[in-house]
Design a protein around this ligand. Structure first.
Ligand code: PLP
Ligand code: SF4
Length: 332
C-alpha cells in the first residue's frame, strides 16, 4: 500500500465488491448451486453478504467448509422452530436512549450503525430493524448527552452492526467526542472487520485510537482458525502495536466449530496472532438459526474437554445472554 489515502479507499472498494449473489458465490467456490439446499427466499429475509477476503479463506469445492456454512443461505432458515424468536436477548426493549443499550453496570453499548461487512446467518441481528436505533445526527447528540449525564459509565462499547463500517471521518469524530467525556476510561470496539476485511485497519483508524486518552480494547469475532489468515494476523498485530488490547468472541455453531479440535485450534491460532479468547457464546435463539444450535449439554462437554487440554488463559468463557440478567451468564 503506497499511502494512507489508497488504504482507506481500498477497504471501501473491497466492500463494494463483496458477494451478494448466491450463484456467484457458488461459482467462485466451484460449487454446483443446484445441488445445495440453498434458498433465495432466505436471502429476501436477510440478504447474502460476504467479502471476497472471507470467501478467499474458504476451500473451493467444499460445501461443508466451516466459513461457508456461516454465510450460506439455506432452506433450513425458513423452518419455524418453537423457542426461536425475533428478539431472543430482549434488546428491543432495552434501549436507554436512541442508539444506547445500557444493561450492565459501568459500561454501555452504542449502536453506531446497522451495517455489517458480512451477514452471518446465525446472528440475532438478522431480525432486528436498526433503522430506528442507529446514530444519525440528532440521535447521536442524544446518545452522547446520555453518556455525559451518566457518571457511573466508565466504558463505552462501539457496536452495531459493525462500528468499523463507519467512515474514518465519522469514527474519528465519535472517538474524539467520547474522549472529551471526563468520566470515561475505556473504549471498546466489537468488530468483525479485522477478520473479514483486514485492510479496514488503516492508518487513519490507528491514529484515531492512538490519539485518544481512552484505554482501547478491540473484541474481534472469529469462529474458526481458518478465518485467521496472514492478512488478518497483520491487522491484529498493527492494532496491538498501537496499544490496543485484543480479544476474540465466538459463537458455538453446529457444523462450524463444535468439535474439540476446532475449538482448540482456534484458541491456539488466536494466541499466535496476539489475541486472547474472551467469550464462547451459546447461540441466541433467533428465528431462522435453529440449524446452528449446539445443545447446552454438548457445549458443556466440549468446554470441559478444552479446559483439560489448554492453559487457562486460552479457554474462552462459555456464556449465554439472558434478557434481564446483570451480565452474560456463565454456563460452567
Ligand atoms: C455483551 C454486552 C456488554 C459487554 O459485556 P461484557 O461482559 O463486559 O463483555 C455490554 N452491554 C451489553 C448490552 C451487552 O450485550
Ligand atoms: S453483527 Fe456481527 S455476527 Fe451479526 S451479522 Fe454483523 S458481523 Fe455477523
Amino acid at each position: 500500500m503506497s499511502s494512507s489515502t489508497s488504504a482507506s479507499e481500498s477497504w471501501q472498494r473491497q466492500l463494494a465488491e463483496s458477494f451478494t449473489d448466491l450463484a456467484e458465490l457458488c461459482r467462485f467456490l466451484q460449487l454446483d448451486s443446484k445441488r445445495l439446499p440453498l434458498s433465495s427466499d432466505a436471502c429476501q429475509l436477510f440478504p447474502l453478504r460476504v467479502t471476497r477476503h472471507f470467501a478467499g479463506n474458504m476451500t473451493p469445492g467444499d460445501a461443508n467448509d466451516p466459513l461457508l456454512r456461516q454465510v450460506l443461505a439455506l432452506s433450513d432458515e425458513l423452518e419455524y422452530v418453537q423457542g426461536f424468536t425475533t428478539d431472543p436477548v430482549g434488546d428491543h426493549s432495552a434501549h436507554s436512549a436512541p442508539g444506547i443499550l445500557h444493561k450492565y453496570h459501568g459500561r454501555a453499548l452504542l449502536v453506531t450503525t446497522g451495517a455489517c461487512a458480512i451477514h452471518c446467518r446465525y446472528c440475532f441481528r438478522r431480525n432486528f430493524s436498526y433503522q430506528d436505533h442507529q446514530l444519525t445526527g440528532r440521535n447521536s447528540e442524544q446518545a452522547l448527552a446520555y453518556i455525559a449525564e451518566h457518571c457511573d459509565l466508565e466504558e463505552i462499547i462501539l457496536s452495531g452492526g459493525d462500528p468499523l463500517m463507519l467512515s474514518d471521518a465519522r469514527l474519528t469524530s465519535l472517538i474524539e467526542r467520547l474522549t472529551d467525556i471526563p468520566h470515561l476510561k475505556r473504549l471498546r470496539l466489537h468488530s468483525r472487520l479485522p477478520v473479514v476485511l483486514p485492510d479496514r485497519i488503516n492508518p487513519a483508524l490507528l491514529t484515531a485510537l492512538t490519539e485518544s486518552r481512552l484505554n482501547c480494547v478491540m473484541v474481534i469475532h472469529a469462529n474458526h482458525a481458518q478465518e485467521l489468515c496472514p492478512n488478518v494476523a497483520d491487522a491484529c498485530l498493527r492494532l496491538r502495536e498501537h496499544g490496543v488490547s485484543m480479544l476474540n468472541q465466538s459463537v458455538l455453531l453446529h457444523g462450524v466449530n463444535d468439535t474439540v479440535e476446532s475449538l482448540r485450534d482456534l484458541s491456539e491460532r488466536l494466541f499466535t496472532i496476539g489475541v486472547l479468547p474472551y467469550y464462547l457464546h451459546l447461540l441466541d435463539r433467533a428465528q431462522g438459526t435453529a440449524h446452528f444450535e449446539v445443545s447446552e449439554a454438548v457445549a458443556i462437554r466440549l468446554h470441559e474437554t478444552i479446559r483439560a487440554k489448554l492453559p487457562g488463559y486460552l479457554v474462552p468463557r462459555l456464556v449465554r445472554e439472558t434478557a434481564g440478567a446483570p451480565a452474560k451468564q456463565p454456563i460452567v
